[in-house]
Design a protein around this ligand. Structure first.
Ligand code: MN
Length: 311
């Protein structure tokens, strides 16, 4: 997915309020015709572990309409993590990958030094669409890795009380994802098959965020519903989770990223020059390549205010 905005503006949020975590409310943004809840980045928190972007969209009807239509656009310096809870989306990229994704599967695209991709509801698509789009910032030492794409049709899961835990990045509750990541992170989806409460073990070196995608729940004593994000600082070796039957939530975490995160449009860099160079290369062609099989025009980059970016 593409941020679609001229730059990544972020919601105003309260600071720590004495609770065990910090609850923030995402802002509503649009990606093409799809409305998204943008939960990360926050003005005061650019990343949680290496997770630097969290969009949650739907559930929404795409019956009889085009649905998700994100034309070719470039990325650098990040991995995109695509996860659907309902529906189907076709990914194409400049490596020649063409992959339909469905619920429970993982599309993981490593941009490295540069890649372009498109994401679209296929002509004959499911009537519903519900998913998350996440970005992992690449550590400085791996920012220039060659681009790559992985599709994982099946991922490991674990049971905990009434929760089914599917691990798509790192490891949790004894399950380990096969996905290639470049820093210590965890990413998991938890589904409550019934009203349930459980203590989930965490890596105390990690900071975490938790957000609901369906239904209501509670984490570390804070009530949660879709659209809000609970941040938990490092130093915690467990969290108490509760959820109503049928509810779903995500847990993301990692070792705090010890580097600047400069984010503009679909680029993640550590300096403004990373971004300025990538924007120039997208407009001039070359670095990012073409997407075989895509009919239509690529997305132009918005105009870049280098002075503002350097601030
Ligand atoms: Mn994208």
């Amino acid at each position: 997915m593409s941020t679609a905005d001229a730059d990544v503006t972020v919601p105003d949020t309260p600071g720590p309020d004495g609770r065990p975590g910090e609850l923030t409310t995402g802002r509503v943004a649009r990606v093409g015709d799809i409305e998204v809840r943008r939960l990360l980045p926050l003005r005061h928190r650019r990343s949680v572990g290496a997770w630097c972007f969290v969009d949650h969209y739907g559930p929404t009807s795409v019956d009889g309409v085009a649905g998700m239509q994100v034309p070719p656009h470039p990325h650098i310096g990040l991995q995109t993590v695509t996860w659907l809870l309902d529906g189907n989306v076709l990914h194409r990229d400049s490596l020649g990958s063409e992959q339909m994704i469905r619920p429970g599967q993982l599309n993981l695209m490593t941009a490295g030094r540069g890649i372009a991709h498109s994401e679209e509801s296929p002509d004959e698509h499911d009537p519903r669409l519900h998913g998350v789009q996440l970005w992992l910032a690449l550590p400085e030492a791996q920012r220039q890795v060659p681009p790559a794409f992985e599709h994982h049709p099946e991922l490991p899961s674990a049971g905990l009380a009434g929760f089914e835990i599917t691990v798509f990045a790192g490891s949790l509750a004894g399950a380990q994802s096969p996905a290639t990541v470049f820093s210590p992170v965890v990413g998991a989806r938890l589904h409550a098959g019934r009203d349930t409460r459980a203590q989930l073990g965490l890596d105390p070196g990690f900071e975490h965020v938790i957000f609901m995608v369906t239904g209501t729940g509670e984490a570390a004593g804070t009530a949660l519903a879709p659209g809000s994000l609970l941040y938990l600082p490092p130093g915690r070796d467990q969290v108490t989770l509760a959820a109503a039957g049928g509810a779903g939530l995500f847990l993301l975490g990692g070792t705090p990223l010890n580097q600047p995160v400069v984010m503009w449009w679909n680029f993640v860099g550590t300096t403004p020059e990373d971004i300025i160079d990538a924007a120039r290369d997208w407009s001039q062609g070359g670095r990012f390549g073409e997407i075989p099989g895509y009919q239509g025009k690529p997305l132009p980059a918005p105009s870049l205010d280098a002075v503002r970016l350097r601030r």
